[in-house]
Design a protein around this ligand. Structure first.
Ligand code: ATP
Ligand code: ATP
Ligand code: MG
Ligand code: MG
Ligand code: MG
Ligand code: MG
Ligand code: MG
Length: 278
């Protein structure tokens, strides 16, 4: 490579390498979506098309980055979980974070018209921020996923009650807020049921539980056992493990991507899909 007297500036670059054998988790979140949802008149409390657009962008991302095992989305956010043995970009944090954020953003904009044909985008364009968090064990990762789903539940119950009071109860935002201050979940359920004849349980699962998207590749076949052997971190890789890696990459890329709106706090979901935490 050609050298020049200017090349020393490269030594000013800083980079963080993410710890090996941990779950790299990237959470992206829409910037100023409170405002954006008003600008495009999202239905309140939940605009189904807006959520489906988030899910479509997340699915496209998982097709482009086969190292992502699963993703969880609610509101204007999505969390992407990488396979713990992933070596994507040599686990350089800035490469991973910026690639995820820009890939998601470009698909969100690209797919917008599929979901909002009658609402063309105009500047300021939708943008997303992002962060990477490393979880050291399947149990901390499970707690992370549970934390997001609980957040979805708490916000959705609040928003559903808030908007019922505003849209059907004749209150303004301040009055509705005042009414809900300090209320427990059971009281919100009661307001919905007694005052608006709404049973919260009958609300759509996508609203109540968010969306879990996962790569549907069962690793129980003998083929993939080899590929799932413990990751090798030294630079010398045997031909054998290279072949296995190639196979694994193909298998992941070909696996179908499934979306569900289900409980991810209980063990059941994870017990039935053990490859997601392997
Ligand atoms: P920040 O830039 O700090 O993230 P924000 O305005 O995006 O600010 P959030 O806490 O991320 O704030 O909340 C996202 C907001 O976007 C929600 O409060 C809601 O008003 C709106 N929103 C997102 N998705 C939907 C949807 N599918 N239907 C209706 N409103 C939505
Ligand atoms: P990485 O993902 O690591 O960045 P890369 O293929 O993007 O890989 P870069 O070092 O960023 O590699 O180099 C960008 C390459 O894109 C250039 O080497 C060149 O081949 C090509 N390229 C970018 N802009 C132009 C352009 N305007 N005209 C022709 N080729 C271009
Ligand atoms: Mg936001
Ligand atoms: Mg948000
Ligand atoms: Mg895995
Ligand atoms: Mg480049
Ligand atoms: Mg370049």
């Amino acid at each position: 490579m050609a050298n020049s007297k200017y090349e020393y500036v490269k030594t000013f670059e800083q980079s963080t390498t993410l710890l090996p054998d941990t779950y790299m988790t990237v959470r992206i979140d829409g910037r100023g979506f409170h405002k954006l949802s008003a600008k495009y008149k999202f239905e309140k409390p939940n605009d189904r098309h807006a959520l489906e657009l988030m899910n479509a962008a997340a699915t496209a991302m998982m097709k482009e980055l086969p190292d992502i095992d699963c993703a969880y989305g609610e509101s204007d956010e999505f969390s992407f979980i990488f396979d713990r043995s992933s070596r994507l970009f040599e686990r350089r944090e800035s490469k991973i974070l910026t690639t995820v954020v820009s890939t998601f953003t470009s698909y969100y904009i690209h797919l917008w018209s599929d979901f909002f044909a009658d609402k063309p985008l105009s500047p300021p364009m939708p943008t997303f921020d992002g962060r990477v968090v490393l979880y050291p064990s399947s149990s901390t990762l499970r707690d992370y996923m549970s934390w997001r789903q609980v957040d979805c539940h708490i916000n959705n119950l609040y928003n559903t009650t808030f908007w019922a009071l505003v849209q059907n109860g004749g209150m303004d935002a301040t009055q509705a807020e005042e009414r809900l201050k300090g209320t427990m979940a059971s009281e919100k359920n009661e307001i919905l049921f007694c005052e608006f004849k709404m049973n919260y349980n009958n609300e759509a699962d996508m609203f109540k539980k968010g969306s879990i998207i996962y790569r549907d590749c069962d690793t129980s076949s003998s083929d993939s056992q080899e590929a799932h052997a413990p990751a090798v971190f030294n630079s010398e890789q045997s031909e054998m493990s290279k072949t296995a890696k190639k196979k694994e990459r193909r298998r992941r890329a070909q696996a179908s991507i499934t979306i569900e709106h289900t409980d991810i706090i209980r063990n059941e979901f994870w017990d039935q899909r053990p490859w997601l935490l392997s």
